[in-house]
Design a protein around this ligand. Sequence first.
Ligand SMILES: [Zn+2]
Length: 439
Amino acid sequence: MIGGAGKPSTRRPAIQLQIKTILNRIQHYVGFVYQDIRFTAEEGSQGGIAIRLEPHRGIRGRCSECRRPAPGYDRLEERRWGHVPLWGIPTWFLYAPRRVQCPQHGVVVEDLPWNEGKRSLTTVMMGFLARWGRRLSWRETAEVFQTSWEAVYRSVEWFVQWGLAHRELQGVESLGVDEIHWGHGLRANNFLTVIYQIDACCRRLLWVGKGRSQRTLRRGLKALGTTVVQGLRFVCSDMWKPYLDVMAAQAGQALHVLDRFHITLHLNQAVDHVRRGESSRLRAAGKSAAQQLKHMRWTLLRRGSRVRGRARQKLKALLTSKLQTARAWELKETFAHFWSYRSVSWAEAFLYAWCGRAMHSRLEPMKKVARMLRAHEPLLLNWFRAKGEISTGAVEGLNNKIRVMTRRSYGFRTYEAMEIALYHTLGRLPEPELTHRFC
Ligand SMILES: [Zn+2]
């Protein structure tokens, strides 16, 4: 209490603040004491803060295998761990670990609560870097906290591995499965298979792996475990055959739903296909109508109600034309009604009528979509049976986040690093508990 007017007796004496006081307050390790803290300023360097720890006298070291107290054996050389920097000054923990003689495990190094294996950072520092590594790029994190990219990567990796080992998979009822293109080229290795949880209560990335074959998905499901797979009620995916086959074989009890956004994607691709074909035909023939298709790609791909301003006028003009693209667009736009039905049988009737129109459109890309929809009709109608049970926009939303991460190069140098980063940002993983929240 400061300056309690008229009541000087309640005033506490001011104490000299020591770094040790702060350390004991925010991260006290039972069995160890902060011995001394020194500022070491070597010539030509900005210096650093060295925090030396010692064993608490009278408390025995614990075996690092079983965590039980054991008699001391000897002491090893002093080790050094990078710690959270103070005011931008590099900070280290220094400690000479004891070896203990455990009745069960023999002579082993003692358990150090701030240490994880042979790592050169304290667990607190690793958690600190990992949390910042979610807000900034890893390179920026390394720069800001005067460490290496590698150190940030290894910290995130530790954080993620801890999270994966401690996450709860109970109550996962709905999965979204999708493929994501990654890197350059169209080889199998340029695709990732992602498995999301898309329950209304929790949307997160559960698994990611290279490839998009049956084997890839089987690997993913195996990682989630049979309890999860057999407890599934809904699965949501594109019409990609390997995924459909694996899910039917392994989670036959679950209702397989074709995602709205994937269907829309196929329709958009078909419209674009028609536009490109028509545009080059018109240009080749020197027809002025080619002008109407110029710069229309993105306008045509949007939902009609979302096209505004000049683009809208251009679109209107295009639609009054007799162009194939106009008819293709109109078919795509009409299909949007499909999703608004409440009754499965009405939706079914609509689908039948729409496919009939598309098949008579003389537009091959639209006919192709119609054939595809017909072939998957039961799965398509499952969408209405699952309505309200799964969050249908989830797959698209999570995909977009992944694309942002993989495209905007965050400087993941390897696939493994990117995988870690995806779990880190989208996995909603539990975090190791620390006694103090540094950031
Ligand atoms: Zn032991």
